[in-house]
Write a protein that binds this ligand. Sequence first.
Ligand code: SOE
Length: 371
Amino acid sequence: MAASVGVALLGTGFMGKAHSNAFRQVSRFFPGKLEPRMRVICGTNEAKARAAAEQYGWEEADNEWRRVIGRKDIDIVDICTPNHLHAEQVVAAAAAGKHIICEKPLAASLAEARMAADAVDRAGVKHMLMFNYRRVPAVARARQMIEFGRLGRIYHYRGVYLQDGLVDPLRPLSWRMQKQFAGSGALGDIGSHAVDLALWLNGEIESVSGMLTTFIKERPSGGATAEVTVDDDAHFLARFRNGSTGVFSASRFCTGRRNANTFDIYGSGGSLRFDLERLNELEWYDRTEPAVDRGFRTIPILERDHPYVAAWWPVGHALGWEHTFTNAIHDFLACLEQDRMPEPNFHDGVKVQAILDAVQASSQSGTWQAV
Ligand code: SOE
């Protein structure tokens, strides 16, 4: 019989919902030696926390995160709060000896991210950062193809994450548009995903040249207007350690692009393209084929041998966005079971944060910035 591990989730918003769903599903599809017990969900608004507990299937609700972290029946703390709270909550959870999952980005600044990484190192607990797009089967397959050397030498990497959620200038201000809570705008919220995938698929970035823009500088807020203090739109060039070049874009102002997270990787042996809006597919150009047969083709990532697929439905039955979180929670539990450190962990989070900081500094100074 599986041993139960007590879980507390901090945050009742969109990510709280996504992570809750993953904890509910994980043992149904990936039976393992550890089974999460969804003990308590925590949010500052008591009524919302109670409603979330009821709707998402948590045993209890609380509105005081320090009390939750201190509970003896909690083994894992999952942090889905606004970015500025992450570091403080990580430090407290690590001091209490809990294993920790944290939504991306790790923190609102590089200093805070380092503080979080130091705290988990000191405590010797396991930690994972929720960069869920590594757990899209097609993305995990892309990584295998790169590891097998199918792309040869990589020349060029293009990571682009576009949304259109802020195009309406009357959309009210939220924490995601305020530097003190979010750290940055499109750059940290969705650009961080593009950066994490790039580091995973193509290795370290050495230097960047960035351009950040805020199109709508004031937004409605509580009957008045208030200043937007983060970027709406972020672009940067990058040099990778392996000699390849990178082009990155993250924007919340690309009308019609609802949630378009894509990458293109061009190598001497072949090229890959992924698009989250068609997440069960990979486009692949194989340069080792005779020239007369070459051309991009679409590989459906729906076979038993593709990463994660066998755990779900029979071959050919498509997966969706929510499965990425369940795949990630499964990987985390497997690491606890096998006493391994999960990936991406908070050290990966510090690397991403260093790049976000360098892009911001470069945009301000107008010069290239070493990472
Ligand atoms: C922003 O709209 C957002 O919800 C991000 O915060 C998530 O990380 C991304 O996966 C989807 O878009």
